[in-house]
Ligand binder design. Structure first.
Ligand code: AKG
Ligand code: FE2
Length: 405
């Protein structure tokens, strides 16, 4: 009798159920990339002081402390809006370079409109603490080499989504009006498509800010108030995969984001790798299907929490999975532009807000640092977080990435 038709023994039963459990665990792990999934719906629909909401907020704060990242579920997310947005941006970046150039504003540090390829540099390449972060990673987990400090081949569009402050800002350059592209087939649908998808990302990330504040023991409105007049940006990147589609091309070199929280919808092309603090592992991002988004901590959140939450490192490269999608789309949609658009939104604190570490959180950060050190996880030299206006911090960072003189 063949093994397949044998009637199951009790031992066989146990083994197959263990195998099924292991399969399920592997599937879940791949879906969530090992990151906790935070349900924004719980926060939006249940009473603020209910145990369920508090538990979900704690989960959000702990995920940001432990990983610098989380996956969120939000029933307001429409995949169709993301698709429409990705199509629009593919069409936009397929235009001739001289048309794109009309939307460049170098005099404003490229903080509005388009940034063309080979302009923005990965800051890490000249930043000693960042290079040490790479050195502390196991060689197999390191990002692609950025030491040449070549600018990134990715382009970008910045679409500002702000509420005008009821006061005179010290940083008007960071708060300039939006640019709507000229081209007839793009102009008319631009504003509504950008605002629709942008608002989905903005609402979700703003709710995560509220949840993180509660989870950290702060008043619910602490971060949202601090970001009320922030120069939030819908900030898709665009990488020309005809030109930069070879395996191991760096589209955006290893870096952290300078803003408060970054939120991503699904890109059509894989290639974003994140490093979760405390794991030392490179994680290829796979946002689970169905109303999920990915959030990563940025520098402003690190600053405000005195390093309790650390900005998350990431890179965007052409990996095997990217090549797979390139080949598939070439066959299935030969007339579509071969451009990798990222569905990225930068949530910022208000430029005039004083960025200064919360002492209670900074004390917790010191404790965690010591515990980590005892566990043999050296996080490098202690970072200073001097008080400064958010607008000042942004300008300092822009100088590092070559967008501002
Ligand atoms: O392209 C992506 O998926 C992310 C881009 C990114 O890291 C950034 O825009 O800062
Ligand atoms: Fe980034």
């Amino acid at each position: 009798m063949g093994a397949q038709s044998e009637s199951p023994t009790p031992m066989g039963n146990i083994l197959s159920s263990m195998a099924a459990q292991a399969d399920k665990a592997l599937q879940d792990k791949e879906l969530s990339m090992d990151l906790p999934i935070v349900d924004v719906d719980v926060f939006r629909t249940k009473p603020r002081d209910s145990p369920e909401v508090l538990a979900e907020c704690k989960k959000a704060a702990n995920a940001l402390i432990t990983y610098g990242a989380l996956v969120l579920h939000d029933s307001r997310v429409s995949e169709d809006d993301n698709t429409t947005f990705l199509d629009l941006l593919e069409d936009y970046f397929a235009q001739p370079e001289e048309d794109l150039k009309k939307d460049e504003r170098p005099e404003l540090g490229y903080q509005i409109g388009v940034t063309l390829e080979n302009t923005e540099k990965p800051k890490c390449a000249v930043d000693e603490p960042c290079l040490q972060v790479i050195e502390r990673l196991a060689p197999s987990e390191r990002p692609l080499d950025i030491k040449a400090h070549a600018p990134d081949p990715k382009c970008r569009f910045f679409w500002r989504m702000v509420e005008k402050p009821p006061y005179e800002t010290e940083f008007p350059g960071l708060n300039a009006p939006n640019i709507v592209p000229d081209a007839e087939q793009i102009h008319d649908r631009w504003e509504s498509v950008m605002d629709k998808w942008g608002n989905t990302l903005k609402n979700a990330v703003s709710d995560i800010s509220g949840m993180a504040a509660i989870g950290l023991g702060l008043p619910a409105e602490a971060f949202v108030e601090a970001g009320k007049y922030g120069p939030h940006l819908l900030a898709p990147t665009a990488s020309n995969l005809n030109r930069y589609g070879k395996k191991d091309s760096i589209l955006a070199g290893f870096h952290t984001d300078l803003n408060f929280l970054t939120i991503h919808g699904r890109s059509r092309y894989p290639g974003l790798h994140i490093w979760a603090r405390n794991t030392g592992k490179r994680i290829p991002v796979k946002i689970p299907p169905g109303k999920h988004l990915l959030v990563q901590a940025g520098k402003q959140l690190e600053h405000l929490t005195g390093g309790l939450i650390k900005a998350g490192y990431h890179e965007v490269v052409v990996n095997e999975a990217t090549i797979g999608v390139i080949e598939r789309r070439k066959k299935e949609l030969p007339d579509r532009p071969l451009v990798r658009i990222s569905s990225t939104f930068f949530y910022h604190l208000s430029s005039d807000y004083l960025l200064s570490p919360n002492e209670i959180l900074a004390e917790q950060a010191r404790k965690i640092r010591e515990e980590q050190y005892k566990l043999g996880r050296d996080e490098g030299e202690e970072v200073e977080y001097p008080s400064m206006k958010v607008g000042q911090q942004v300008q300092n960072e822009l100088k590092h990435i070559a967008l501002m003189a």
